[in-house]
Write a protein that binds this ligand. Sequence first.
Ligand SMILES: [Zn+2]
Length: 434
Amino acid sequence: MLNIMKLKTTSLLLLSVFFFTFHGYAQDTVEPSLSTEEIELTSWLDSQEESMLEMLERITNINSGSLNKQGVNELALIFGEELHQLGFSISTLPGEVIEMPSCPGSNYNVDVADHILASKSGSGSKLLMMGHLDTVFPPGSPFQEFSREGDTMYGPGVSDMKGGLVVMLYALKALNESDELGDKSITVLLNSDEEMGSLSSRKYLEEQALVHDWGLVYESSGNNRFTRERKGLGQARFVVHGRASHAGGAHEQGRSAIKELAYKIVQIENITDYETGVTVNVGVISGGEARNTIAPCAEALIDLRYPEAQQGIDAVAQFEEIFGSVFSYPINPGEITTESWSNLHRPAKIATPESDYLLNKTIAIGRLLGQELGVGDSGGGTDGSLTQAVGLPTLDSLGSAGTGAHSNREQGRVSSLVERAKLSAILIRRLAAE
Ligand SMILES: [Zn+2]
């Protein structure tokens, strides 16, 4: 009996060691209890829920779809002004036009609005706080307005991630209220193109990551859960050019771009391999001119997810091979041409001892505040994947709680605004002191 008990205890012990090693985070990290100053910080935030909600309603009702430059700029102005009042120096990081191949008459060039950088110098660890101003909802989307029912709020961006922007701002305001912001070294980078893959802001994020000690990203904390690791992301566009012809009178003279596109799509979709975790999705297609015209042009947009860097590189090489081949017309294949663009825009986010330290610390602070926070992995990427890949330990789900992102079911938990602002204020305070 004793031996069996011993065996059981040993295997339990081994199992838990394996669990913690495998998952890399220890549930038993303990943080010192809250100081008087920290309790004051949290009670000030308790009085701010209405003010946070008002701000969130205001900024949710400003459409800031990634390509709506005017709306994104309006948001940048609001946050620039707020951060300026907190003692930050504000500068603009120029956006740019990113050219994409497209069929004649359609234009997929991406015109990215400027990003903003707010910085203040101080002593202690250097913190980089990040958030995105843009949402996936264009001005024409029917989902435009903020609303609230009890502890639930609805609206485009309430959790992805305008709620997070408010959390970030109020954590800083709380520190400012108690005269604790002045001596801290903090940079806030708010980009305008995260939902398109940070194609323009990537260089700024990486540049800043290299000169800071800790990275904090205010994407939603979902169902009260932090994300530890993420897949890498890639995207590609390709445009097939064929030859137009009358579908009745001169069918044989046509070279259908749609037919070739269809062959290519099947090849591309077949790259998906659930065993290795690589997935490919041809998410958008368009092309052709009329039912009775053989299509002279057709195009498609591809999404790619991969657990490891090399898999992303290999998948793009496979894309290139498919783009460069012609499947539909074995005779005179040169009459079909393909233009393409591809980009591995988010490296996989792989946990490191430093990022696990940050994660554990935050969970332990959450526990002091009565917040039970879980941990999981995700197939979606964030700007935290970019900063962590260049060596900045980054936690990327510090924003308000919510679900349904990128759909008209997007919602957030109202009480999480104050909860997460408290968590951040104390986290910033303790990290800065390290
Ligand atoms: Zn987001």
